[in-house]
Design a protein around this ligand. Structure first.
Ligand SMILES: [Zn+2]
Length: 287
């Protein structure tokens, strides 16, 4: 009896022991189901992501068109012209800013003009862009108490000062020798002071010194009893007027770093170009 009771107790005990194990095992079963349900949802969401795939097909379509394009005879020559094309020219360098005037040098220049009796007025800064302009421009109407400059000359002070010095030191006394009979010098006739343009008025190339206020063109001289124009004076010309012109051409190089005398090139036939452009090492260009 005891063994039967023990067996019976064991039989009851087995389900009781097994039951706790099986019961918790069952709940996880439903859990995986929602996971599996979500998976299909993701699959559906992924489906729209695959929709763009047809969009890629149109890209393949043009690829199919290309062979047709090759059939057109005009296309290959266009590709043949590709290689011979020269490289695109580099963009032009940016225009330099208007050069700042040294305040101390400017004041010294203004003082020198006043001492010489030059009549002038100081103008507001000029900046016409593309590198054209003068930081401290002046407009002069005379070069001394006796000699005018016409028309009014707008330039840097340094340009006006050198012209006034050359007129006082050379033009007036030399004219008394070489152009005797015309009387005293009355007017230096200028053809160009400040103007925004390229060298020789060209479309391309470097900017003119006129565009920086460094240059003045002299067209002629007016005396009490007549006028003389700037003329081409050849070495073999044996008259006094030619001797005066040749002397002026040479003398100007002591005052200006660039002198282009009449006849020095195609664009300087009837006037004299003078400028105070600073070159490395004090180099001067006088022709
Ligand atoms: Zn000039």
């Amino acid at each position: 009896m005891l063994t039967r009771l023990a067996l019976a107790a064991a039989l009851f005990a087995l389900p009781a022991l097994a039951a706790p194990d099986t019961i918790p095992a069952e709940p996880p079963v439903p859990l995986p189901k929602p996971v599996e349900e979500q998976a299909p949802v993701e699959a559906e969401q992924a489906a729209p992501a695959e929709v763009p795939v047809p969009v890629e097909k149109p890209e393949e379509a043009p690829a199919d068109v290309e062979p047709e394009a090759d059939n057109t005879a005009e296309e290959p020559p266009a590709e043949m012209q590709g290689p011979p094309k020269p490289p695109a020219p580099p963009p032009p360098p940016p225009a330099p800013p208007v050069e700042k005037e040294d305040e101390e040098a400017y004041r010294a220049c203004i003082g020198a003009l006043k001492t010489m009796g030059v009549t002038f007025k100081e103008l507001p800064r000029i900046d016409d862009g593309v590198g054209c302009g003068i930081d401290k421009p002046i407009a002069a109407t005379t070069l001394s108490s006796d000699v005018t400059v016409e028309p009014e000359l707008t330039a840097r002070c340094e340009t006006v000062l050198q012209l006034a010095r050359m007129t006082r030191d050379f033009v007036e006394p030399a004219a008394g020798l070489g152009l005797a009979g015309l009387g005293a010098l009355k007017t230096v006739r200028q053809a160009s002071g400040y103007v925004c343009r390229k060298r020789n008025s060209a479309e391309e190339g470097k900017i003119s010194e006129h565009a920086r206020g460094n240059a003045v063109d002299i067209a002629g001289l007016d005396f009490e009893k007549g006028s003389v124009a700037m003329v081409i004076a050849k070495p073999e010309d044996s008259d006094l007027a030619s001797a005066f012109q040749r002397a002026l051409n040479a003398f100007a190089c002591l005052y200006f770093s660039t002198v282009l005398s009449p006849g020095s090139d195609a664009t300087h036939q009837d006037h004299m170009h003078l400028d105070v452009m600073e070159r490395r090492g004090g180099y001067r260009y006088c022709r």
